[in-house]
Design a binder for this molecule. Structure first.
Ligand code: ADP
Length: 452
């Protein structure tokens, strides 16, 4: 069943229930109020009438009662009170002391015995004697019946009007509900059909607007992931193509005897295969880190030792580059719980870049410090720096500032991506500050081991 029809049905059921309840309760309330009024009115008149009947009895006995009733204008009082319409029809019966009817305003019961009704009548007392009884029977009058009926009618008219309004309202409301749902369903189908650029137009700030916002955010992520996936495959293919072409070319030349199988040729082939296996290992680490499955074997390690070991090991290379490599360690040892190999790789990647992008005469400073919770490692160089517009992408995989750079001067653009995922796998953060031609400073944190 469509949402609009469901809403209409619910609205109609509620309206019918409300009108029925209103009719029942208002009719009951009106009826009670009328009866109370009549009863009060009647008891005053009855007292007066009983005295008149007693006086009449003294003079005429039970004769000429018609005249007495007419003279008391019994019915006339009701008419006076409520205009020309009769409030209640009242049947007046007067019985003598034996309980036999001597007067009936309807004229039907005269002579009959009504002893059973005497107890609820008003006694007629003459000189202390109970000579008869007045019994008044009330029948619902036109006015009250008309009044209740008109209320009932008005209620049903109001009900019909409310039903019409409910149908119109439910149509409007259901349109308001179903339009965004239809848009959402359509958008979901578009996304399922791989149109990842499809977005829902957000027109409200209510729950639907929020769902649309979340949907758009999801589509955005899907689109970005999809383009990253395509880019990644293209990059991997590109990175593998060059070393494979080199290997193939060299092997074919060897086969055809174009080049001699010298040790230099074999070393170059070996270098290319090493480059490829490094690329594959890096990619595997990244994909494991993405899936949260990177194996990190943590041990209690002294960061001062790790860093001085690495810096010592690279001093020779720094000298070859004509760069001064300096280290600044705090007086106290900073202990962390890390996978030593992975953290060493982070440092090698950052220091490798610093050496690569810092010209001769420059300086590279490695600094270790700490806050209450973290160890902070900074690697600052006086190299060529990175433009501000490149900085946000620097940790993306396969991102290289110099796209046309030949492969000898740099890696595949995975070094920083690897460093980022390894640091994050340890619960740390990594960031860069850089000024073109002035140098770059890469920093990362590692949570300190809680010694307590
Ligand atoms: P690559 O293996 O190509 O060096 P990275 O992921 O390590 O890839 O670095 C990405 C890019 O960031 C590099 O291509 C380089 O342009 C830039 N970069 C990294 N470190 C530095 C640095 N210390 N100084 C200047 N540029 C740097």
């Amino acid at each position: 069943m469509r949402i609009g029809l469901k809403l209409t049905l619910v609205f109609i059921i509620v309206v019918v229930m409300a009108v029925t309840a209103a009719t029942i309760f208002s009719a009951a309330a009106i009826s009670t109020a009328f009866t109370r009024y009549i009863q009060q009115n009647l008891s005053i008149r009855m007292e007066e009438f009983a005295t008149n009947v007693a006086n009449h009895y003294k003079s005429y006995g039970w004769h000429n009662l018609d005249r007495l009733v007419a003279a008391n204008n019994w019915r006339g009082r009701g008419q006076q009170a409520f205009g020309q319409r009769k409030l209640m029809s009242e049947r007046i019966i007067i019985a003598d002391k034996r309980g036999l009817v001597v007067f009936d305003s309807y004229g039907q019961e005269v002579g009959k015995e009504v002893a059973d009704q005497v107890s609820r009548g008003l006694p007629v007392i003459v000189d202390g004697d109970h000579v008869g009884t007045i019994i008044v029977n009330q029948v619902l009058g036109n006015l009250e019946r008309d009044f209740i009926q008109s209320i009932r009618k008005a209620n049903w008219y109001a009900g019909i009007l409310a039903i019409i309004m409910a149908v119109i309202a439910s149509m409007l409301v259901s349109k308001k509900f179903s339009t965004p749902l239809t848009l959402l369903a359509y958008a979901a189908r578009r996304i399922a059909a791989k149109d990842l650029s499809h977005r829902i137009q957000i027109t409200s700030n209510d729950e639907f607007g929020q769902v649309a916002q979340s949907f758009n955010a999801m589509a955005e992520i899907l689109e970005r992931n999809e383009s990253m996936r395509k880019q990644l495959i293209a990059d991997i293919a590109h990175e593998l193509r060059t070393p494979l072409a080199l290997l193939r070319g060299n092997l074919e030349s060897l086969q055809e005897g174009v080049i001699k199988p010298t040790s230099a040729v074999f070393m170059s082939l070996h270098d290319e295969s090493l480059r490829m296996s490094r690329l594959v290992t890096d990619l595997q680490s990244l994909s494991l880190a993405d899936a949260g499955e990177l194996i990190v074997v943590k041990n209690k390690e002294n960061l001062n030792d790790i860093l001085s070991g690495i810096v010592n090991g690279l001093q020779h290379e720094a000298v070859v580059h004509g760069v001064s490599l300096q280290i600044f360690l705090p007086d106290v040892n900073i202990i962390v719980s890390v996978d030593r190999q992975r953290i060493e790789q982070v440092c090698y990647n950052l220091l490798g870049n610093a050496l690569r992008y810092t010209p001769a005469g420059g300086t590279i400073r490695v600094r270790l410090s700490q806050t209450v919770d973290n160890a902070i490692i900074e690697i600052a160089d006086t190299g060529k720096g990175i433009n501000a517009d490149e900085l946000p992408y620097i940790f993306n995989r396969f991102y290289r500032v110099d796209k046309s750079r030949n492969r000898e001067s740099g890696g595949a653009g995975l070094g920083l991506a690897i460093a980022k995922s390894f640091v994050e796998a340890h619960g740390g953060k990594i960031w860069v500050e850089s000024k073109p031609q002035r140098g770059s400073k890469f920093s990362f944190t590692l949570p300190k081991l809680d010694i307590n």
